[in-house]
Design a protein. Structure first.
Ligand code: GSH
Length: 244
């Protein structure tokens, strides 16, 4: 009998989107447990072991598998078809997936939280609702400040992330041009990189850097729907570079 699969997530998390898209792609049945930000830390450590506080995590029966890349590798063993690491490009897909996790993924946290500092009322749109009313905005201001502390976001860091972004989008387009990303079927790198880019598309200031390029297709192709809209002009004037 196949092991029961249980996916632990925080709802707006992009690496969780990656893991869930992979489960769907494999056609595997799974149970999803949506945790509450804050208390998730204790629950994740209880299930996945000390220090493993982040989502996603996947229980394969009793076996804990922690982190998006480990989860995709494990799913490939459980159900090889359709492949997430297709030959003959499996090595390049793994390299791109790793880059997506280690280099790009953090920008999917720092840039939206960074922009929300300047437009806190927009936090309501990430739950699929309208921009927040004044009382909700007061809550959002406090919450967003907490995320800056947690993710070590500073204005300097944000400006540096924005400066680095065009080159990263160029890298995605290069990978697409080489056939590592953006094929007819999603691989592990598409799901890792596409999820982060999809989150970045909620920031209107960033859309001109991504839209109309292969990178946009990688994002929207596998993640058509994702709520959230941070209006244009959130970042201070001159911080968002022009497209390279
Ligand atoms: N690179 C890891 C990191 C996952 C990660 O940082 N997830 C965030 C959500 S996007 C998280 O769990 N944040 C809450 C926390 O750090 O406690 C992965 O891909 O699994």
């Amino acid at each position: 009998m196949a092991a029961v699969l249980t996916l632990h997530v925080l709802p707006p998390s992009h690496p969780c989107m990656t893991a869930e898209a992979a489960l769907r792609r494999k056609g595997l049945k799974y149970e999803k447990v949506s945790l509450t930000p804050g208390p998730h830390v204790e629950e994740m450590e209880r299930v996945y072991g000390a220090g493993n506080t982040t989502v996603p995590g996947l229980l394969v029966g009793d076996e804990p598998v922690h982190g998006s890349r480990a989860i995709l590798e494990r799913l490939e063993q459980i159900e090889p078809d359709p492949p997430l690491y297709p030959e003959p490009i499996a090595g390049s897909v793994r390299k791109a997936e790793r880059w997506g996790d280690e280099q790009l993924q953090d920008l999917g946290r720092r840039l939206p939280w960074g922009a929300l500092y300047f437009r806190p009322e927009a936090m309501g749109t990430f739950g699929g609702g309208d921009p927040l009313d004044p009382a909700g905005t007061d809550f959002a201001i406090t919450y967003v400040r907490g995320t800056w502390k947690y993710h070590a976001i500073t204005a300097e860091r944000l400006a540096a992330d924005l400066t680095a972004l065009p080159e990263m989008i160029d890298h995605v387009d290069t990978l697409a041009g080489e056939g590592v990303l953006g094929g007819d079927e999603p691989n592990a790198a598409d799901l890792q990189i596409g999820a982060t880019l999809r989150v970045l598309l909620t920031v209107a200031d960033l859309r001109p850097l991504i839209e109309g390029r292969p990178a946009e297709q990688v994002a929207r192709g596998w993640f058509p729907d994702y709520p959230g809209e941070i209006p244009e002009g959130a970042f201070p004037a001159g911080w968002v570079p022009s497209r390279s």
